[in-house]
Design a protein around this ligand. Structure first.
Ligand code: F0G
Length: 360
């Protein structure tokens, strides 16, 4: 039988950290790189979407969780713990279940999407809603890790970054080379750190040369109400409808700046309105349904295009990080914010045809 074997087995040679660990996998990775024709036309470049919503738990976190939980299992861990805006907790809960471990998740009070909450509960995680925001949750999770026999699986754990770097490998493997520009949403900044590591390791100039002739410019976008890196200082009360990236003090702040600076890239912000417009554009013109946080990459690309920053004909990859079904409520709003009302019809074909305008 031939099937994708998950990122640890597919990229074993480039994951030395995992060499002596058991493999805990749900066969994550191997996600499609989808050509986005309408978007390409609009920005005058060749745009591809790395659709990470198609991972086993519906987000890119699975790439880092297979490695973090496998590494924890190799160390004999019995309990994994994480702070999360939702996706990390869903992924940690699923992989802990697969490994036969207990999973403890700390989530910000009331600010986690229903789909993600359901996943953590379904997989049997012990879920505590902390009376604070994500940054508070992460502070507590780090202290738990220092003092108690638990394994922290947030992206401050190097095994997470190792797993997530495989997405960059997949992009290069699919395109035959690195893109010119790679665009990502930025929250806690682990993912932009991981992609940059992946592109750097897969570059022919690296210590163990890879297939890419160059490295892309890294473009990261934060939500305007949660844009500490753009502002240059932590945000005490981050706010955005894109709850996945509602983070005021990213753990990998310095690494994100390094990715930006070493690549000649940028980190900027997009408003909630721009995020929702990109969310709508992806679903209604590309057929790709993502959660709002994911749409920050495409919102950023559109903003950069309007500022004249996208070189004509450039190859651009936007990672869309999580599935639209995670947080589906946003699709049920009109552009003006009112609720979409389904058209009601009686049980007869003539009425249905009339409602569809098929009767001339
Ligand atoms: N997109 C989605 C859908 C996310 O869930 C996250 C982060 C990001 C983007 C940002 O990635 O943190 O590596 O910069 N979610 C974390 C969580 C914080 O807890 O699920 P980042």
């Amino acid at each position: 039988a031939h099937q994708w074997r998950g990122v640890i087995r597919e990229y074993a040679a480039r994951l030395p950290m995992l060499r002596d660990s058991p493999v805990v996998t749900l066969l994550e990775g191997g996600t499609p790189l989808i050509p986005a024709e309408r978007l390409s036309h609009r920005v005058g470049a060749q745009v591809w979407l790395k659709y990470e919503g198609l991972n086993p738990t519906g987000s890119f976190k699975d790439r880092g969780m297979t490695t973090a939980v496998s590494y924890a299992a190799g160390r004999g861990a019995k309990v994994v713990v994480c702070a999360s805006t939702g996706n990390t907790s869903a992924s940690a809960a699923a992989y802990a279940t697969k490994a036969g471990m207990r999973c403890v998740v700390l989530v910000p009070d009331g600010k986690i999407a229903m789909g993600k909450l359901s996943q953590a509960i379904a997989h049997g995680a012990t879920l505590l809603q902390v009376d604070g925001n994500f940054d508070d949750c992460l502070t507590i999770a780090r202290k738990l890790d220092e003092v108690y026999p638990v394994e922290l699986v947030n992206s401050v754990n190097p095994a997470r970054i190792e797993g997530q770097k495989t997405a960059a490998f997949e992009v290069v493997d699919a395109l035959g080379d690195a893109p010119d520009i790679h665009v990502l949403p930025v929250g806690n900044a682990g993912n932009i750190t991981a992609y940059w590591k992946g592109y750097s390791e897969y570059f022919h100039g690296s210590s163990e040369p890879g297939p890419a002739s160059h490295r892309p410019r890294m473009w990261g976008f934060q939500a305007a109400g949660a844009a500490p890196i753009v502002l240059g200082h932590p945000v005490d009360h981050p706010e955005t409808i894109a709850t996945a990236i509602r983070i005021g003090n990213p753990a990998s702040w310095r690494q994100a700046e390094a990715a930006r600076d070493e690549s000649g890239g940028l980190i900027d912000s997009v408003t909630d309105e721009q995020i929702l417009a990109a969310h709508r554009l992806l679903s209604s013109t590309e057929g790709v349904f993502v959660e709002p946080g994911s749409a920050a990459s495409v919102a950023g690309l559109l903003k950069a295009h309007e500022a004249g920053l996208v070189p004509g004909g450039a190859t651009v990859v936007c990672t869309v990080t999580g599935h639209g079904l995670k947080d589906p409520q946003w699709a049920l709003r009109e552009a003006d914010g009112s609720e979409v009302q389904p058209v009601r019809v009686p049980v007869d074909v003539v009425s249905v045809a009339r409602a569809l305008g098929l009767d001339g």
